[in-house]
Design a protein around this ligand. Structure first.
Ligand SMILES: [Zn+2]
Ligand SMILES: [Zn+2]
Length: 661
């Protein structure tokens, strides 16, 4: 469909002139009677703004990976769709926040407390809070008294001693509209309406961070720039002479508590503010009201207060005696770097692929070679995890990620993830590098390639190493990160578990006939073995016993070590083949996962010089050229390489003697 300029213009006009309802309090009363749910306190409204996008209840026992991550415990976890596509690894923090909002919504003690997000830089505190604000901005409009500087609930017009009666008639809990009129509305009701509130105008408003409607921000200030008006608003000195003494019209409500009334007040780096500035917050939580500027009466407050800072700053704030009362009102929510490598990978993918949109110089999306994000995620994760005495770091990464690592440690007792958590203590996840370190490295690596067309793990690892040396770190930590983590674990993992896999699959393709032959031969012996028959030797045509050497050469590399295991595996193979044959299929080695693995490994140990195939420079015959081409084709087609990166990684594999270990 072609979209014309006028269509676009019409859309703009439509979104600019969205008509919000305006009426009298009498009409508002009718609206409430029809739908009492339009009267909500701030915590309730925020809770609903998030949950209206849906909640999913997940049972950890229904998903093998989750079950392992949650320490082999069956428990129900709630996933909030609104946060789902954006936030990885924050399940627990989000659940705590939502529990808090739910409790506060019913007017409990929580509604008089401050949420405090504590965690390291880049652990998602700010983005999560921004997303909560977005939930409000996307929510249906709310109702407020017209002209009210703090957008207050229209039912505040009802005198307190009559509210119980009104609540009964309207079906609205009194906790949904606690509070009293602000000085401005109070004065207007008296002067303009002579106390008769039936015709007082009511309007609908939308939450807006830009316009400061229901979303307020308190920036950190210091002793010198300290100004309590940032929180509670001010008296306009220019107007003071114009109106009678104590006239509310001189008030300017542009403080964070004013703007964030009905919604969220964002108190970032709250701890950096001088103590006297924080006093209004104490009354805003304890009494749900704060003093107005000058001699004006107290103002009622209904909002969700959210502070955030890193752990060290929070600890410092806590130990200052003068903050005791405020700290007592705080509910800390711990944010950590994710300890699951696949979450980190997803965060990187989101930043790199979706948000930062890596592009080549011609504007087309740049290519990320297979394994690039994985290498960055693994590196980041390894800077976060603490050493363990029970397992090596790479195994720890896999266990934390819920991967099944039983096979690798078949001889030892499997390690319980709960033991690892216990060993790591409560500090793990609070330090290390945020994902920003790796995204910067990816950006730099891409910029260094000729036309920014493609970036590979090889280039990213080079840049990461440089970054580690440029970073302000103690020498021994620098050495540890570069030598042990990056050049040790990460590079080794990439070579052995990613690149070798990919090349191997290409390689199998290149040597497909040999591979099939190997499998058929093995199968012949296995079937004979199971039937206790003999096989005919291909050359001598004599009948012989099935060759134990031949069979175990295939089985040993995939971890089959004794007769019992071999017997079981061989009978599995026989029945697998029998089932397929019933359906008249020919059976390729590729169809059975463990066989494919076995053939692959066997193939490597039998072809003596791979360099001919994995290194373009070493190709001498047309036959080799064809094999090389087939391998590259498989890597491009099946694993997502492009002609640029396939060349880079093959050279890397060759330089590191990948197949000669
Ligand atoms: Zn008001
Ligand atoms: Zn590429």
């Amino acid at each position: 469909m072609t979209v014309h300029f006028d269509d676009l213009l019409a859309e703009v006009r439509h979104s600019n002139t969205e008509v919000l309802w305006r009426g009298t309090f009498r009409e508002y009363y009718e609206r409430v009677k029809q739908d009492p749910s339009i009267v909500q306190n701030a915590h309730q409204r925020l809770y609903n703004a998030i949950t209206r996008h849906g909640i999913e209840e997940v049972d950890t026992s229904s998903d093998k990976r989750l079950f392992r991550i949650y320490g082999g415990r069956a428990r129900k976890i709630l996933r909030y769709n609104f946060f789902e596509p954006e936030f990885y690894g924050l399940d627990l923090a989000i659940m705590r926040i939502m529990e808090f909002l739910k409790a506060a919504a019913s007017g409990g003690e929580e509604s008089r407390q401050i949420l405090y997000f504590v965690g390291p830089v880049g652990s998602g505190k700010t983005s999560l809070l921004d997303h909560m604000k977005l939930a409000l901005e996307m929510a249906p409009p709310f109702y407020a008294l017209e002209g009210c500087p703090v957008h207050e609930e229209p039912l505040h017009l009802v005198p307190k001693d009559l509210r119980r009666r009104w609540s009964d008639v309207l079906g609205v809990a009194a906790s949904n509209y606690q509070g009293h009129l602000c000085p401005v509305c109070k004065q207007r009701l008296r002067d303009e309406f002579h106390g008769e509130f039936a015709d007082y105008p009511v309007i609908q408003r939308r939450f807006s961070g830009d316009e400061g409607v229901g979303i307020g921000i308190l920036p950190p200030s210091d002793e010198n720039s300290m100004d309590v008006s940032l929180l509670i608003g001010r008296e306009n000195l220019g107007l003071i002479g114009k109106y009678p003494e104590n006239d509310a019209r001189v008030l300017e409500f542009d403080g964070a508590l004013n703007r964030g009334n009905r919604g969220i007040v964002d108190l970032y780096e709250l701890n950096k503010n001088p103590v006297p500035l924080l006093l209004p917050l104490l009354s805003a939580t304890q009494e749900k009201r704060y003093r107005a500027p000058g001699q004006h009466p107290m103002i009622y407050f209904d909002g969700v207060l959210v502070a955030h800072s890193n752990e060290t700053e929070f600890e410092r704030f806590k130990t200052d005696k003068r903050n005791e009362a405020l700290v007592d009102r705080m509910v800390p929510i711990k944010f950590r770097y994710s300890r699951q490598v696949s979450d980190i990978r997803r965060i990187l993918e989101k930043v790199v692929v979706r948000d930062a949109s890596f592009t080549a110089t011609d504007g087309t999306p740049a290519h990320l070679a297979p394994g690039t994000l994985d290498v960055c995620a693994l590196f980041t994760e390894l800077t976060i995890l603490h050493d363990s005495n029970k397992v090596d770091l790479l195994t720890k990464v896999k266990l934390y990620d819920g991967q099944d690592v039983a096979e690798q440690s078949a001889t030892e007792k499997p390690v319980d993830i709960r033991e690892l958590f216990e060993e790591a203590g409560s500090k793990e996840g609070l330090d290390g590098f945020s994902t920003r370190f790796a995204t910067k490295a990816m950006g730099a690596a891409l910029a260094r390639t000729p036309d920014c067309r493609c970036v590979t793990p090889v280039q990213v690892m080079e840049v990461l190493s440089e970054f580690i040396h440029d970073y302000d770190l103690p020498p021994e930590q620098r050495e540890h990160l570069d030598d042990t983590v990056l050049k040790g674990i990460v590079r080794r993992w990439y070579l052995r578990e990613v690149l070798r896999e990919h090349i191997a699959m290409g390689f199998i393709h290149a040597y497909e006939e040999s591979a099939e032959q190997m499998w058929q031969e093995y199968l012949e012996h296995v079937l004979a073995y199971n039937m206790r028959e003999q096989v005919r030797d291909a050359k001598t045509h004599e009948l012989e016993e099935p060759s134990e050497d031949l069979m175990s050469a295939m089985e040993r590399p995939i971890g089959i070590r004794n007769k019992a295991q071999a017997d079981e595996f061989r009978s599995q193979i026989a029945s697998f083949v029998a089932r397929r044959r019933q359906h008249g299929q020919t059976i390729s080695f590729k169809e059975h996962e463990r066989i494919r693995e076995a053939v692959k490994r066997r193939l490597f140990s039998s072809v003596s010089d791979y360099t001919r195939v994995i290194s373009r420079g070493a190709i001498k015959t047309a036959d080799d050229q064809e094999r090389y081409d087939r391998m590259v084709e498989t890597m491009v087609h099946d694993h997502g390489y492009c002609p640029v990166c396939v060349d880079v990684v093959l050279r890397f594999a060759h330089n590191h003697n990948l197949f000669q270990e």
